[in-house]
Design a protein around this ligand. Structure first.
Ligand code: EPU
Length: 357
């Protein structure tokens, strides 16, 4: 049955589609369908959805840019309601001597938003250029790259509780951010479709210093002969590095880093370093050490290696790519094979970064 917009919702603000194709809504391009797909274009529509008697009780999943998802690893049909947040808008909310407070709608494209802030002359997000996904999804997994995490710039966010219809404000502390983690993941709200993140406010400090300690960024700027980069130049360096190392999902479908960089106890890290002196490890404030998952995968023999229609990318072993025609089950099979080999060889457990709805 072809997808069609229907009006089973009792509120005209809710755009509802039945039997919707999700293949183009996930950057791994995995085939999947949703029994119901609701598109929210305003916070009001999110509140109306929560109050809609006919939709209450449906299993739910909230979709951002689809860049961190593995659809169809069980059934190819999501037998419930997928909620796509397409709430736009960006504006300067307030400014004082210390900072600018900039707000964006949850459905804004993250990279476009970063570029817009830079064009306004408001630095602060440049290290996070070219990360796929939406503004509303960014805090859920606390996106990070090149020495910066969104947690360091997020002031507060507004979410609509899709169970009660309440509008809830989460300040930075309430988000309980950690490495690729937040309260939304820890409480499992990202899996049960609890909240639609409708707006996010960023605090961009006025006393700006470029963050160029990350070796790749330092090297890229040095190669271009730039000693004191502008924010735009940092963004351009980050974009150049990402384009070189990471596949463009439009060309080679992928979900960015497929595994977290594992955190291990200092004793485990020391034992591994004794046997593998070139294994990159970063000591954390809590005493644990963050190991490079890409290195572990490469040295377990998976860099550039395929299993069926999926493989670990040849230029960055941490990225799982769909070479064409893959399903969620193929992704799950490769994930399990890589996890088993890294465990057997290094005794380290890898956990996936994407969500499996
Ligand atoms: N490495 C290898 N082999 C590989 C890949 C990496 O030996 O195939 C080594 C590198 O030589 C380097 C270390 O692993 O010493 C780290 O690699 P890199 O700097 O490329 O970054 P990463 O740790 O693999 C993380 C994020 C990326 C982010 C980059 C840059 C995670 C899970 N991933 O990758 O985020 O762009 O740092 O900051 O934290 C994402 O989450 O989707 C993502 C792309």
């Amino acid at each position: 049955m072809p997808a069609m917009t229907v009006s089973t919702a009792s509120d005209p603000r809710i755009e509802l589609c039945r039997n919707a194709d999700l293949t183009t809504r996930n950057t791994l391009a995995l085939p999947a369908r949703a029994r119901l797909l609701a598109t929210l274009r305003t916070p009001d529509a999110a509140r109306a959805l929560a109050c809609d008697a006919r939709l209450r009780g449906e299993p739910r999943f909230v979709l951002g840019g689809g860049s961190n998802l593995v659809f169809g690893s069980g059934s190819a049909l999501f037998d419930g309601l997928v909620v796509a947040v397409d709430i736009r808008g960006r504006r300067l909310l307030a400014e004082d001597a210390e900072a600018r407070y900039v707000e964006a709608g949850g459905g804004e494209c993250w990279h476009d938003f970063v570029c817009w802030t830079l064009a306004q002359g408001w630095p602060g997000l440049e290290n996070l250029a070219l990360i796929p996904g939406t503004v509303g999804a960014a805090p859920v997994q606390n996106i990070g790259a090149y020495g910066l995490e969104v947690a360091e710039r997020l002031h507060a966010l507004t979410a609509v509780d899709l169970r009660s219809g309440d509008t809830v404000r989460f300040d930075n502390a309430a988000c309980r951010f950690a490495y690729r983690d937040s309260v939304f993941k820890r409480e499992g709200w990202h899996l049960d479709g609890r909240y639609a993140i409708v707006a996010v406010t960023f605090r961009l400090p006025r006393r700006w210093q470029p963050l160029t300690r990350y070796a790749d960024v330092e090297r890229e700027l040095a190669a271009q002969g730039i000693a004191q980069p502008s924010a735009r130049q940092v963004a351009d360096a980050v974009i150049a590095i990402r384009r070189r190392k990471l596949p463009d999902p439009a060309v080679l479908p992928n979900a960015g880093s497929f595994f977290h960089n594992p955190l291990v106890d200092a004793a485990v890290a020391a034992a591994l370093a004794a046997r593998h002196p070139d294994l990159p490890g970063h000591p954390q404030p809590d005493g644990r050490v963050k190991l490079a998952a890409g290195w572990l995968i490469e040295h377990a023999g998976w860099k550039g290696r395929d299993l069926g229609p999926v493989g670990m990318y040849e230029k960055q072993a941490l990225v799982l790519v769909n070479r064409g025609g893959a399903t969620g089950r193929d992704v799950r099979a490769l994930m399990a094979a890589v996890q088993a080999d890294v465990q057997a060889r290094f005794g380290v457990a890898l956990t996936p970064e994407p969500v499996f709805p």
